[in-house]
Design a protein around this ligand. Structure first.
Ligand SMILES: [Mn+2]
Length: 437
């Protein structure tokens, strides 16, 4: 039976409770899982997909209830201050979410793969911990990353949507909005019969519209952050623009939310929360938005960081008399060793003092990754418009950033093509690793 229309808070409470009952009694479960960087887009895409699909499950659905899963352990939620900002608008908190710990049975019974179906949002191949046991259980993909080889082709009755878009949440909105509008409480926005704010509606409808407005705000948070409030050149697609228009119409249907709605202010508030990483340690900052791949049996890790490298270097708490650059290299080396990485990249984004959006790229490679790192440097220089870059606390020994056969290979660039994010840079690195044998 479909879940009756209710608030996100009620839905998540019901989903989490039902999930544990199902696991304990060995019943089937359908989970909707974002990628292992577990950024805001992955969170909102999985929650939105689960919520809408549970209102109106398709015929042939594995189960009528869809449960969102955050692809990180409980403890890592604290690394994402932007989540708290979004939770406040959606009237929930971290305790409402199901995490990787729950799936792997850290708190009790683990999921049984044969009883589980997985829908991927914001990635299209299951890696990491979940990939080991659950890769064959995927049935449904909505994603905006480069398509991986060997991904599932027949996902019926779930969608298989992989296309370029600023935010994956926009694709979820577009794919599922007919279900959101159908059934009791639907607002008929799809047929264009949107009501203006302030229309007289009966009590039930007004409660429903408040719930919808909360969920719309949650979804908007990702789309606005991923597209810099629809201004990021080369990132914004029609689906983003349409989704923002549709979700704002939902907010405007609720007089209570419409009256204080200011899109720019809302974007600035969530974006500021995302950049508020001052309280995090060096390692936490690298872990906050991290992805890992394996090519030719070599592991690649890439961290996205919302502050410049100089900020990261200041986070090192080691002996002040020791050389900052050496400590930086050692700390990065420790992070790599803990994950058996051959190549590690840190991609930073920040706004310069003159208001210009900028990107830095730091790469460190073990000797077994020298060939791939060189190949990447040669190939990507033109494509990413890489320029040699000096960072005050990390450039006292410029020679040490040159390739050498001993010790780690290191390089700092300014990435002048700022339109290329990890979505484009990681595939270039992986290609270099595949080719450099
Ligand atoms: Mn995404």
């Amino acid at each position: 039976m479909a879940f009756p229309r209710n608030s996100l808070r009620a839905f998540l409470t019901h989903a989490k409770k039902s999930l544990f009952t199902a696991i304990q009694s060995s019943q089937k479960v359908t989970i909707v899982v974002g990628n292992e960087s577990a950024d805001l887009d992955s969170l909102t895409a999985s929650v939105l997909y689960s919520y809408i699909r549970s209102l109106a499950p398709p015929s042939g659905a594995f189960t009528p209830l869809y449960i969102p899963v955050l692809n990180i352990p409980d403890a890592d939620i604290r690394l994402r201050p932007e989540f708290s900002a979004v939770f406040r608008h959606a009237n929930i908190d971290a305790s409402y979410l199901v995490t990787l710990d729950d799936v792997l049975g850290v708190h009790g019974t683990a999921f049984r793969p044969e009883k589980t179906k997985i829908i991927l949002v914001d990635h299209n191949s299951l890696r990491g911990e979940l990939g080991k046991d659950f890769a064959t259980r995927v049935q449904g993909v909505v994603d905006h990353h480069e398509e991986e080889p060997r991904i599932v082709t027949d996902t019926s009755p779930e969608p298989r949507v992989i296309e370029k878009c600023g935010s994956c949440t926009s694709l979820v909105v577009r794919t599922l909005k007919p279900s959101w509008e159908s059934g009791p409480g639907g607002s008929s926005l799809v047929s264009g019969a949107a009501h203006g704010q302030g229309d007289t509606v009966d009590n039930d409808a007004s409660v429903t519209r408040n719930w919808d407005a909360q969920i719309a705000k949650m979804a908007l948070a990702s789309i606005l952050v991923d597209t810099a409030n629809l201004t990021a050149a080369g990132k914004v697609e029609q689906a983003d623009i349409d989704a923002v228009r549709y979700l704002e119409a939902k907010i405007n249907l609720s007089p209570q939310h419409a009256v204080q709605w200011d899109r720019t202010k809302f974007y600035e508030c969530i974006d500021a929360a995302k950049r508020d990483i001052g309280a995090l340690s060096f390692e936490d900052i690298l872990r906050k938005d991290y992805k890992q791949w394996t090519e030719n049996e070599l592991n690649l890790g890439v961290s996205s960081v919302v502050k410049p490298l100089g900020f990261l270097a200041e986070k090192i708490t080691g002996n002040p008399s020791e050389d900052k650059e050496d400590q930086f290299v050692t700390e990065i080396g420790d992070f790599m060793a803990a994950r058996s990485l051959t190549i590690f990249a840190v991609m930073t984004t920040f706004t310069s003092s003159s208001g210009e959006f900028q990107r830095e790229l730091y790469v460190q490679a073990l000797s077994s990754g020298h060939a791939a790192a060189h190949r990447f440097a040669a190939q990507a220089k033109e494509q990413l418009k890489l320029e040699d870059h000096a960072v005050a606390s990390l450039s006292e020994k410029p020679g040490s950033m040159q390739p050498s056969s001993e010790g780690p290979w290191r390089k700092i660039w300014l990435q002048k093509d700022v339109s290329k994010s990890r979505k484009q840079v990681a595939p270039l690195m992986r290609r270099a690793m595949k080719e450099a044998i």
